[in-house]
Ligand binder design. Structure first.
Ligand code: ADP
Ligand code: ZN
Length: 670
């Protein structure tokens, strides 16, 4: 008999092997077998029993062993995984291996009957208050539970509008109907509050999946799911593959977040896969956000998705009042040499402190300064492995690369001219902290960024201190923008609001709009009205105005028009081909060869596709690898996918040691 086996290797989808009839009787779709592959032995997943082999059967090799006869995925899951493999042009065996942890199916010692729950899933406070839903929430829940509606839902609710409460109610109703649900969150470590809200509402029914689990913890969570004990899975992007049975709803909270995209190996977007999986299962899917991605928004206004709105904060709490400060204007500066801080902001900080409330300051830059330079010869310190400058940290004094992690001591003199007048440029959170501490010596200040928060414990400690009002000012990077519900925050300051508008990325406007809106949304979540101060070089910028809730619709209208004009997503689909090698010439030559081949095929068969590049990536070297890329744009992803499949069969590609990665619907363009 012939079996079709998907092997986790980079080349093709599956391979045919022979197996004798008696062993074949144990096998089914989803069994795991060991097979010879080239000169080695590897494992693979049975994905079919073809009648006829592609080559003469005498040339086929034999299956060596049946590792797991019981299928590790069912028919439904297989359909989904196959879709993922086709869509992302990624070998089926690798897709299956990504979705189903090896530890789960590898034979293991009997585990204890009593399955330990992860600490997150243990209810800290089982007596959670159940609110009476307000009319907007109520009608959202009703609409989602409407049986005849099969489209995905965009739950578009301003910050603090009670989206989580909507998810909880939908889930409650699903559980009553004996269905299950998946909640995808961007970074689970950053949202312990959310997990707690779920586990107190659904005690003992939650499994939690995220990347920080040890293999053992992961198996425990998987056992909770496959045994049917867990009815709800909360997790980061990989939870979209959770093997729950009878799924009624998949929720993607903060659907606009880029961390739903996996940036290596299988480059999938869990938000998009949630929509696909729900469709295949006939389940509901809810994408929630205060600042939907432009793609999702377009789907909503074109009625492919149902657009549900929660336009008000709960309990009619006011949206924060926003004030703009033009930081170009010297008269606004706090002092002659502190140009990044306005008097307006300092005055508000001082008022907040006097009133015993808390303030939050946002700056998306780690460290003390962007870089160190020599004032005599202009030399700057750059990373040896990456095409970026080293970030200057003062405490402790080091220069550090944010791409490869390399760090070194801050030098006392210039390595080129031996000059000793070294200076720094640019602003980071360390410097903000130091300056504010000197302006407000009595204020209790804490920093929330990857410099000080290394793990979940650090984060929990800081979140607790904030909740217990042990800090007055919180200075942080994007980390502070993530859905936290801190009742004490009366003031939010955004330091260089337009810094991110100039990145070479077609999503620069969108990202800035999202982060400024989200940070602003941290203000005034309890009964004290909130205030937001946005400092910017161009305070009248439409993106910033939109972020201050003056006109969201206008932002999306303008942004969509621009995307259409320049043929960017969501109107055109994009696929990025990325090339990497330690030798800059090799990668350049190879990228050019590949693009030439694609180009000639395109001209012949796919006239709608368009190729930009190849070009050196904006960050041309990372971890000693030189990087080239090319962007293929089209109105039809199918065309590119057909094209790429042809490319994979191209012998040169298989033999070349230049790494080529395919990134369908890329997020990171740098
Ligand atoms: P969002 O996710 O939209 O930012 P949350 O769901 O976190 O908002 O809700 C904000 C706060 O309001 C939470 O503390 C939540 O417990 C509370 N809340 C939610 N719904 C209601 C309601 N109907 N009545 C009163 N409080 C509510
Ligand atoms: Zn580096």
């Amino acid at each position: 008999m012939i079996v079709d086996v998907a092997i986790p290797v980079r080349v093709a989808n599956s391979f045919h092997y022979l197996i004798d009839e008696s062993s074949a009787r144990d096998l089914s779709m989803g069994s795991v077998v060991s097979v010879p592959f080239g000169s080695r032995t590897t494992y693979g997943f049975v994905v079919g029993f073809p009648e006829k082999a592609e080559v003469e059967s005498s040339k086929l090799k034999n299956v060596l062993d049946v590792l797991v006869a019981n299928p590790v995925f069912d028919e439904q899951m297989f359909k989904f995984l196959k879709w993922v493999s086709d869509y992302y042009c990624h070998p089926l065996g690798e897709v299956i291996a990504t979705a189903i942890p090896k530890a789960f199916w590898t034979p293991r010692k009997k585990i204890a009957k009593e399955i330990k729950r992860s600490p997150e899933a243990r209810a800290q406070n089982p007596l959670q208050i159940e609110y009476e839903l307000n009319p907007f929430q109520k009608s959202a829940v009703e609409s989602i539970l409407e049986l005849s509606e099969t489209r995905p839902y965009l739950l578009h609710g301003v910050t603090g509008s009670g989206k989580t409460e909507v998810y909880l109610n939908v889930l409650e109703s699903m559980i009553q109907k004996d269905k299950t649900g998946i909640i995808l969150v961007p970074e689970i470590a950053l949202t312990p509050q959310l997990t707690q809200r779920f586990s107190s509402r659904f005690p003992n029914q939650i499994a939690v999946l995220h990347s920080d689990l040890t293999p053992k913890e992961r198996i425990q969570q998987w056992d909770l799911i496959t045994s049917g004990t867990a009815k709800i899975v909360i997790g980061a992007r990989s939870a979209v593959f959770a093997p729950l049975k009878n799924i009624g709803v998949i929720v993607v909270d903060e659907e606009h977040e880029t961390s739903f995209k996996q940036e290596d190996s299988l480059r999938y977007n869990a938000r998009d896969l949630a929509v696909v999986r729900a469709k295949l299962l006939g389940a509901k899917v809810i994408l929630g956000s205060a600042t939907p991605s432009v793609e999702t928004y377009q789907n909503a206004i074109s009625a492919r998705y149902v657009h549900l709105k929660l336009p008000e904060r709960v309990n009619k709490r006011a949206m924060p009042k926003t004030q703009f400060v033009d930081i170009k204007d010297k008269h606004q500066w706090y002092s002659q040499d502190i140009s990044w801080l306005s008097r307006t902001l300092v005055d508000s900080l001082s008022k907040t402190l006097q009133q015993g409330q808390q303030a939050m300051l946002y700056l998306n830059r780690l460290g003390f300064a962007h870089f160190l330079f020599c004032s005599d010869c202009g030399h700057t310190w750059r990373c040896r492995n990456c095409d970026v400058s080293l970030t200057y940290y003062q405490n402790p004094p080091i220069l550090k690369c944010h791409y490869c992690g390399e760090q070194k001591k801050v030098p006392h003199s210039c390595e080129v001219c031996q000059g000793i007048r070294l200076d720094t440029m640019g602003l980071g959170t360390e410097q903000v902290e130091k300056t504010l501490q000197s302006i407000f010596p009595k204020a209790r200040i804490c920093r929330m960024d990857r410099g000080v928060i290394k793990n979940k414990k650090d984060l929990e400690r800081i979140l607790n201190r904030i909740h217990e009002r042990e800090v007055d000012f919180i200075i942080g990077t994007q980390m502070i923008a993530k859905g936290h519900d801190f009742p004490g925050i009366a003031l939010v300051g955004v330091l260089l609001a337009d810094a991110s508008l100039n990145l070479p990325d077609f999503r620069a406007n969108e990202r800035t709009f999202q982060v400024v809106t989200q940070v602003s949304g941290r203000a005034g979540r309890a009964d004290t009205p909130g205030e937001v101060i946005i400092q910017a070089l161009n305070p009248g910028h439409p993106v910033l105005l939109a972020a201050s809730h003056q006109d969201q619709e206008e932002f999306y209208r303008t942004e969509l028009a621009t995307r259409k004009l320049f043929q960017f997503p969501p109107f055109h689909r994009a696929v990025m081909l990325r090339f990497q090698h330690t030798n800059p010439q090799r990668v350049e030559t190879f990228a050019n060869q590949v693009v030439r081949i694609i180009q000639s095929e395109l001209n012949r068969r796919f006239p709608k596709c368009q190729i930009l590049g190849p070009t050196e990536a904006p960050i041309s070297k990372v971890k000693k690898m030189y990087r080239w890329q090319c962007l293929v744009k089209t109105e039809s992803v199918k065309e590119i996918q057909t094209l790429l499949k042809m490319l994979f069969d191209w012998e040169k590609l298989q033999k070349s040691n230049v790494k080529m990665a395919v990134d369908v619907d890329p997020i990171n363009l740098l």
